[in-house]
Design a protein around this ligand. Structure first.
Ligand code: BTN
Length: 343
């Protein structure tokens, strides 16, 4: 397991971006290019290795990437998202893109506050997961972003939002060539029975929070495993997979910029539909890509009680319906966790 690191040295990403998979670069050559000392280069590489990044370091030759990496290209992304009317904040490293977006949404004066905005980062030191868990991705191995959505709908009318987001991500992934992506109730994306991506939606609390009819500001955080799924499986003790395992045979290296553009475009389109029609617009599509439709599942309540049954799908609010020994029961997200039972 890798060390817990709060921050990478500032030069880490600039140093890594200069490295290649094909040939060695000496510390001296890198230092010259970045106008810094060899010690700075050495520290940057060591910190990257501690954050789970694989670089070969050979005395007398220098440094070489263990595998090619598709770095996020901030200029390309700014240009592409500007054209779509989406404001972007890109960071080499950040504590959490969700925390950053919540802060951004709250800090700007109303007339300057972004409407549709995106925060993405190469690396998070304190990525947040659901149910108070953390979200970890080794440097260069994940795609992490948070999308800001301002809705005229009050919070009470957002039920099913996380399921609609799941459908949008599955559609985006399928366009990207990943035909087998499925939704796992309520917030995961699965591939071949293993977790590929997770969604964390956080609502910004504002001055009008006490008004139940006030419009909502939602931060939709998405984390996708692009590589390193096997190591993550061991770390979290549940089956985890990654995109490269399923795509690189057909497409070569996964272009994370292209992936981000596709997914955010799909999400943006879905949110416009959700604004008009709510979860009703996604109900059928959700069932069509439900990983456990008509399958045996086990639901675990917080205090340990386990309920077995057959997953029937979701109701109009996105609550899961399960046929159990005592009849059809309805479960809301947040109160149970779900796992499949092998037949
Ligand atoms: C889950 O527990 O499955 C949800 C994980 C969500 C992780 C993403 S990564 C980008 C965004 N920023 C965060 O801090 N968390 C979300």
């Amino acid at each position: 397991m890798h060390a817990l690191i709060n921050a990478l040295p500032l030069q880490t990403l600039p140093v890594l971006r200069l490295l290649s998979h094909a040939e060695f670069f000496s510390g001296e050559a890198i230092a010259r290019r970045l106008n810094c000392s060899r010690g700075t280069v050495h520290n940057a590489i060591r910190a990257a290795q501690e954050a789970g990044f694989r670089v070969h370091a050979v005395h007398g030759r220098g440094y070489r990437l263990a595998a090619p990496v598709s770095w996020l290209d901030a200029d390309r992304l700014h240009h592409a998202f500007d054209q779509r009317g989406i404001r972007l904040q890109y960071f080499d490293q950040i504590a959490s893109t969700n925390a950053q977006m919540l802060d951004w949404a709250a800090r700007d004066a109303p007339e300057r506050a972004p409407q549709r905005a995106l925060v993405c980062a190469e690396w998070q030191s304190q990525g947040r997961g659901r149910r108070g868990r953390d979200w970890h991705a080794d440097l260069g191995a994940g795609l992490m972003f948070s999308f800001l959505w301002r809705s005229t709908r009050p919070a009470a009318q957002l039920s099913g939002l996380s399921l609609a987001v799941g459908v949008a991500l599955v559609e985006g992934l399928r366009e990207f060539g990943l035909a087998g992506a499925r939704v796992k109730w309520p917030n995961d994306i699965q591939l071949g029975g293993a977790k590929l991506a997770g969604v964390l939606i956080e609502l910004a609390s504002d001055k009008l929070a006490s008004d139940v009819l006030a419009p909502s500001t939602a931060v939709i955080g998405v984390g996708i495993n692009v590589s390193g799924g096997e190591a993550l499986s061991q770390r979290v003790g549940q089956p985890v997979t990654d995109l490269s395992a399923h795509l690189s045979a057909h497409l070569g290296r996964v272009d994370r910029n292209e992936l981000l553009l596709r997914l955010v475009t799909s999400l943006d389109t879905a949110l416009t539909r959700f604004e008009c029609d709510g979860f009703a617009a996604f109900h059928a599509a959700w069932h069509a890509c439900h990983a456990h439709q008509s399958q045996p599942v086990c639901l675990q309540r917080g205090h340990g009680e386990a309920i077995n049954g057959i997953a029937l799908g979701v109701d109009a609010q996105g609550a899961l319906q399960v046929e159990t020994a005592s009849g059809i029961e309805t479960f809301h997200s947040g109160e149970v966790s779900l796992r499949a039972i092998s037949p």
